[in-house]
Design a protein around this ligand. Structure first.
Ligand code: GUN
Length: 295
């Protein structure tokens, strides 16, 4: 029997902890943690993500605002808004939802956000400090949520072979760096696999004690690609057509849950696995940002 890694339940515990800590922080300092979300255009998935993050910020007792900009906003206008938020001492965290329209450089936007307000951990200063493992920095919320899940579920990582599939800057690369660090809850032997593995991907995934799928390919990890007893963590969020649903589609991960659960020792569902952990880490990082800016 597999163990379900219930990210929704875990995230509720973490959110209650953050709410409690935020209340104490506000009482002691008189400062209310504040996060500003920037949403450009109307990508449906981004709308949903930002709405969920806003609602969770509200429940944590934070001050929050979502600045909505039209698809046509210029790069200059967006950079000016970020500059203004960087200089606003009441705003501790800035989250500009990606992807951005093609005429705006994501690189410029990411580098414009002050590193101490960059709770996404996307700024090169944060990426560099994470890689070195020293100083004040922010870890991107999805990798941080996965590390927190591994810790709270008491999954042994030291000396284990972790295979991360997918090399994105948001998930795969930072996760590989975190897992390889010489630290409690890490210390893993890490393989970062990706599309270039082609039809040899299974050779890599089958040697994983912990398999993390973050390549954005619906149901791509099948039972034959998983070692019996492996822990399987699914970061995928893919919409696929499903005529039996009223919406005409359904959300699936990168892992074929139904077949893989028969062989894994533990597995995350989609939805309700990694997604809720990401939101909990947005809150955790925002409180950290407020505390660092108040000390
Ligand atoms: N788009 C997809 N994931 C993320 C994320 O973690 N942060 C931001 N800002 N945009 C995203």
């Amino acid at each position: 029997m597999f163990h379900l890694l219930d990210g929704r339940a875990l995230s509720e515990t973490i959110r209650a902890e953050v709410k409690q800590e935020a209340a104490t922080f506000i009482l002691q300092t008189g400062v209310i943690p504040r996060i500003v979300f920037i949403l450009v255009g109307n990508t449906p998935a981004s709308e949903v993500y930002v709405a969920n993050k806003g609602k969770s910020s509200e429940e944590s007792g934070f001050s929050h605002e979502t600045v909505r900009l039209s698809e046509q906003v210029t790069e200059k206008e967006l950079l000016q808004l970020i500059e203004q938020l960087n200089n606003d001492s009441k705003t501790h965290a800035i989250l500009c939802q990606l992807p951005l329209p093609k005429h705006i450089s994501e690189e410029k936007v990411i580098e414009a956000i002050a590193p101490h307000k960059d709770i996404d951990g996307f700024h090169p200063i944060n990426v560099g400090r994470l890689s070195i493992g020293r100083g004040d920095f922010f870890v991107p919320c999805t990798p941080l949520g996965i590390m927190e899940m591994i810790k709270r579920e008491k999954i042994e990582t030291s000396g284990m072979h972790v295979v991360v599939v997918g090399r994105s800057n948001i998930v795969g690369k930072p996760l590989a760096a975190l897992l390889a660090q010489k630290a409690d809850g890490a210390n893993a032997i890490v393989t970062l696999a990706h599309t270039a593995a082609g039809n040899k991907l299974g050779e890599y995934t089958r040697s994983a004690d912990i398999l993390i799928a973050a390549m954005g390919a619906p149901l791509a990890i099948t039972r034959d690609m998983v070692k019996p007893g492996a822990v399987v963590i699914d970061v995928g969020m893919n919409r696929i057509p499903d005529a039996s649903k009223k919406s005409g589609s359904r959300l699936v991960g990168d892992v074929d849950f139904e077949s893989v659960k028969e062989i894994a020792s533990a597995i995350t569902p989609v939805p309700g696995g990694v997604g809720p952990m990401t939101i909990a880490m947005v809150l955790r990082n925002t409180l950290t940002a407020a505390a660092r800016q108040t000390r």
